[in-house]
Ligand binder design. Structure first.
Ligand SMILES: NC(=O)c1ccc[n+]([C@@H]2O[C@H](COP(=O)([O-])OP(=O)(O)OC[C@H]3O[C@@H](n4cnc5c(N)ncnc54)[C@H](OP(=O)(O)O)[C@@H]3O)[C@@H](O)[C@H]2O)c1
Length: 265
């Protein structure tokens, strides 16, 4: 079990639905947070919401898909907190659409944000962690990273990739004291999901958690140093079934996929 007290944490996606709740939950442990998002206005709003909480926060306005954005994150952590102990890759993009209708530019943007930028940010934070021989990187995945979901094809693909990256990197760093975790929530009520997703979710009775609940579970998993964690039942069971009997899941989801198609954008 790890203590979060005084930990210097980079939190990407901090201004999002899950990220802003994660910031609140992490501060209960008196840590030092670098809050990352692209929008300075949203960061300012978040900082004012967090006033009065324990710990320390800084806002880092940066686009994680750009080299200068990633450089700024590490530099600002160094200036404010003399380095970093933890990276939580929360930033993400999602589309609910027909794969053939999706533009090449959008596929590239979803991949850049959900896979390439987290990988490159890991590369950026790892030299210091290796020097200290301690650190923890947490990649926020999704149930869709273990079960390929129709109409979320590009998004699902990125989360499969993030899961594979987390596993391979964990094995590569096994002889060090650097931990790599992959934590996968099921659907969460945030603005990542468009109104079309909410309408579909209601129709197909998809379970949706609150960001508060998910943030609490993520912090619990970080403290417990879970290597891989799937949040929510029965989704965590479906992940296992899909891994060994994908044909069963093909059959079970066929009618739901037909119904979902009516809602895609
Ligand atoms: N909501 C769900 O149903 C659900 C379920 C399972 C897993 N997840 C995963 O949980 C994570 C957080 O999701 P969420 O629901 O909280 O999403 P959200 O509310 O849409 O927030 C997305 C966050 O990512 C940031 N972001 C996006 N592109 C960025 C970029 N290029 N550079 C820097 N920051 C960027 C956004 O900030 P700015 O726009 O200000 O840059 C925002 O803070 C994602 O990885 C998502 O895949 C979500």
């Amino acid at each position: 079990m790890a203590s979060l007290t005084e930990q210097r944490i980079i939190l990407t996606g901090a201004t999002g639905g899950i990220g802003s709740e994660l910031a609140k939950q992490l501060l209960l442990h008196n840590c030092k947070l670098g809050l990352v998002g692209r929008s300075e206005d949203k960061l300012e709003q978040l900082i004012s919401q967090l006033k009065g909480e324990k710990g320390q926060v800084i806002a880092i306005a940066a686009d994680i898909t750009l080299p200068e954005g990633r450089k700024k994150i590490v530099e600002q952590m160094k200036t404010a907190f003399d380095g970093h102990d933890m990276l939580i890759n929360t930033a993400g993009l999602m589309d609910f659409t027909s794969f053939v209708e999706q533009t090449d530019e959008r596929i590239e943007a979803v991949f850049a944000t959900n896979v390439i930028a987290p990988m490159q940010l890991c590369k950026k934070v790892l030299p210091y962690m290796l020097e200290q021989n301690k650190g923890h990187i947490i990649n926020i995945g999704s149930t869709f990273g273990s079960i390929g979901f129709a109409w979320f094809t590009s998004y699902s693909t990125t989360k499969f990739a993030l899961r594979g990256f987390s596993q391979a990197l964990r094995r590569e760093l096994a002889e060090t004291d650097i931990k790599i975790s992959y934590i996968a929530p099921r659907a969460v009520k945030t603005s990542l999901n468009s109104s079309a997703v909410y309408n579909m979710a209601e129709q197909v009775k998809m379970n949706m958690d609150t960001p508060e609940k998910v943030a609490k579970n993520i912090v619990h998993s970080i403290i417990k140093e879970h290597k891989e964690k799937y949040l929510g039942f029965p989704e965590s069971l479906f992940v296992r079934i899909n891994a060994i009997l994908p044909g069963v899941v093909d059959k079970a989801t066929r009618s739901q996929n037909k119904l979902s198609k009516k809602f895609i954008q």
